[in-house]
Design a protein around this ligand. Structure first.
Ligand code: HEC
Length: 255
């Protein structure tokens, strides 16, 4: 019995975060995305169109589809999420793709590298990476023009566009053995040197919601798929009972 208990404890421990070496710190902070929390995704969408869309499109999504999925009426989408115009200077229509008007060539000249479309970024990078990346910009005077570097994406070409919210921070280091007798410094956290308009927890929540939105954009069908999946499992379970009863009925005279 004791053995079984130990095995069970060993199996569930990692899921509860007791795993050896635990104590998640930057750049391994983790978040949970609640797919039923539409309000968080709505807040994330607002942050996205205000702070990211000018450089990054999300061109696999249409505004009205996002509105329908997240429960935002078309007129509210028009007023609160659309800030771009078409080539004739008219406001982008609610049925259009979430594209921006920045030309790739211009972007490359300005940043050295074109800001990628972020439609699928949550799938390619993962939500935890994004959460750490967007909280990982720190002051680095050696980077001419930008003045910042990033703790998970070294020498990134993106400016710290959320500095007015987060403020400016400098890294805290810990030296770690590199396994070959030498040592090197790794970033384990940050210290704010110039506060922004948000507290640390407000900023963390804002980034959580922004990443929740990016996660939704990367896979708008996830919610439907999950609901269908549950239905299928329930159906199969019911079918299992039926099949078992049938089997009993067929074989009852044989023995
Ligand atoms: C001023 C333009 C600009 C704005 C605004 C901007 N970015 Fe960026 N971003 C860039 C550039 C340029 C890169 C490419 C950096 C590189 O590859 O070195 C980048 C890269 C990224 C990447 C990494 C992509 C990869 O290669 O994996 C992510 C994620 C990202 N941005 C998210 C965001 C989010 C979220 C926002 C809004 C809060 C935002 N960006 C706002 C310019 C911008």
């Amino acid at each position: 019995m004791r053995k079984i208990l130990i095995i069970v404890a060993a199996l569930i421990a990692p899921t509860l975060g007791w795993a050896a070496g635990g104590g998640a710190t930057f750049p391994n902070d983790k978040i949970e995305i609640d797919w039923d929390d539409k309000a968080a995704m709505q807040r994330g969408a607002r942050t996205y169109v205000n702070y990211c869309m000018s450089c990054h499109s999300a061109e696999f999504s249409r505004y009205n589809r996002v509105g329908a999925d997240l429960g935002i009426a078309d007129d509210l989408v028009r007023d609160n999420l659309i800030f771009t115009t078409d080539i004739h200077g008219e406001k982008t229509k609610v049925g259009e793709l979430m594209k921006n008007t920045m030309k790739t060539a211009y972007a490359e000249e300005a940043f050295g590298v074109a800001p990628p479309d972020l439609s699928l970024i949550a799938r390619s990078r993962g939500v935890n990476w994004l959460y750490n990346y967007l909280r990982g910009f720190y002051v680095d005077e050696s980077r001419t023009g930008l003045g910042v570097n990033n703790g998970v994406f070294a020498n990134v070409g993106m400016p710290h566009v959320l500095a007015e919210l987060q403020g400016l921070q400098i890294p805290k280091y810990r030296s770690e053995s590199d396994g070959h007798g030498g040592e090197h410094d790794v970033i384990v956290g940050f210290e704010i040197i110039k506060p922004g308009s948000m507290s640390k927890s407000e900023y963390d929540n804002t980034i959580h919601d922004l990443v929740a939105f990016l996660d939704y954009v990367a896979e708008p069908y996830k919610q439907t798929r999950r609901n269908v999946g549950t239905g299928v499992i329930i159906f199969l379970f019911g079918f299992l009972i039926l099949a078992y009863m049938l089997k009993k009925e067929y074989w009852k005279d044989v023995h």
